[in-house]
Design a protein around this ligand. Structure first.
Ligand code: FE
Length: 352
């Protein structure tokens, strides 16, 4: 099991001299095996820094789908030590299936706020991301769309595009709407949103921004860091230049769940140690490194994500949007409504 990608933006030569917290020099044959639903290029730079400092190889298997089934079928013979996901949903599913173990670590507890980790110490958030709305600068007025609830307003008929309603990011948003409004009102909302779609859901988050640039739709829902990524890509920069970033649900009443000023829906990427991790000590070293200042800075600067560790600087492009109010609803509670949210997407024929 071996995946090696070239290191961008950071050269290994400069890194071998850096002493990292929680990392000790170990046997060169030492390794950690990772199953990841996160794209390898988003985490490999951090793994390379870890390996350079510790001598511990990180072997990555990228599995966009079926990680839970793979872990389950491998059982005690699984080579996997750690799992990485881009969403709380799959992470809590794997925990709930009994495939992870609790990890006690002062370093993890100190660097990751309690709201971003499992109270039972099975999963740990590494980065957080905002599910933002983007609107056409040319065809939508500034301030016309300010909440997720607005997306279901009939005045936006034929103007919205999103990825599949069954994708983890959309399912989590729908699940959060269930938490805030209850299932019946959440379903009305999803029905209204579906009725406003300009086209059948297709493509990933970036494809929706491209569609706005091309005039296929005017409003989209995406994760914030894709704006950071598109700005840095000469081909995609015109797409991101065509839209305005809206952090939803910033104003209005707050204090109670479901009120319009509750803040923007957030999710996390995170990690967990597998129940039968064969390289437990090395895996713990990697976990602690990823929560450290150095790795958290890399997540923020390279990926444009929000570090979970307090005080870590944002990427310039992300900083430029200013501060915003986050929805602090319990992510584990949101995750508990995922199945219902997914069925809801089927019921309203979201992808049809
Ligand atoms: Fe993503």
């Amino acid at each position: 099991m071996k995946t090696r990608l070239s290191v961008t933006l950071v050269t290994l030569a400069t890194l071998t001299t850096i002493v990292l917290p929680g990392v000790s020099i170990s046997d060169a044959a030492a390794e950690v095996n990772v199953y990841s639903t996160r794209k390898p290029q988003l985490i490999q730079p951090m793994f390379d820094v870890f390996t350079a400092a510790s001598g511990i190889e990180v072997n990555v298997v990228f599995a966009e789908k079926g990680m839970l089934e793979k872990l389950r079928s491998e059982g005690v013979n699984s080579p996997a030590d750690l799992v990485f996901t881009a969403d709380i949903g799959p992470l809590s599913d794997i925990k709930n299936a009994g495939l992870t173990q609790a990890v006690q670590s002062t370093a993890l507890d100190n660097n990751i706020p309690a709201s971003m980790r499992d109270p039972e110490h099975h999963w740990f958030g590494l980065t957080s991301r905002a599910r933002i709305i983007v609107t056409s600068k040319d065809r939508v007025g500034d301030g016309d769309v300010t909440t997720y609830e607005d997306l279901a307003e009939p005045k936006f008929k034929g103007m919205i595009c999103t990825r599949s309603g069954k994708h983890a990011y959309m399912v989590a948003l729908t699940a959060a709407m269930i938490v805030h409004h209850g299932a019946a009102r959440a379903e009305q909302w999803l029905t209204g949103l579906k009725a406003n779609l300009a086209r059948r859901p297709e493509g990933n988050d970036r494809a929706q921004v491209k569609a706005i640039k091309q005039g296929a739709c005017d409003i989209a829902v995406i994760n914030h860091y894709y704006m950071h990524k598109m700005l840095a890509d000469p081909k995609q920069k015109p797409w991101s230049d065509a839209v305005r970033v809206v952090f939803p649900n910033q104003t209005g009443q707050t204090g109670q769940t479901g009120q319009t000023g509750r803040g923007t829906h957030m999710n996390i990427s995170g990690m967990a140690m597998t129940k039968h991790a064969p390289n437990r000590d090395h895996a713990l070293q990697l976990m602690e490194f990823l929560a450290s200042e150095k790795a958290q800075q890399m997540y923020a600067q390279l990926n444009g994500e929000y570090a979970v560790k307090p005080g870590v600087a944002l990427a310039d492009s992300v900083q430029a949007w200013g501060d915003f109010k986050r929805d602090h609803v319990d992510l584990a509670e949101v995750a508990s409504y995922r199945r219902e949210a997914s069925k809801m997407a089927d019921r309203v024929g979201y992808d049809d």
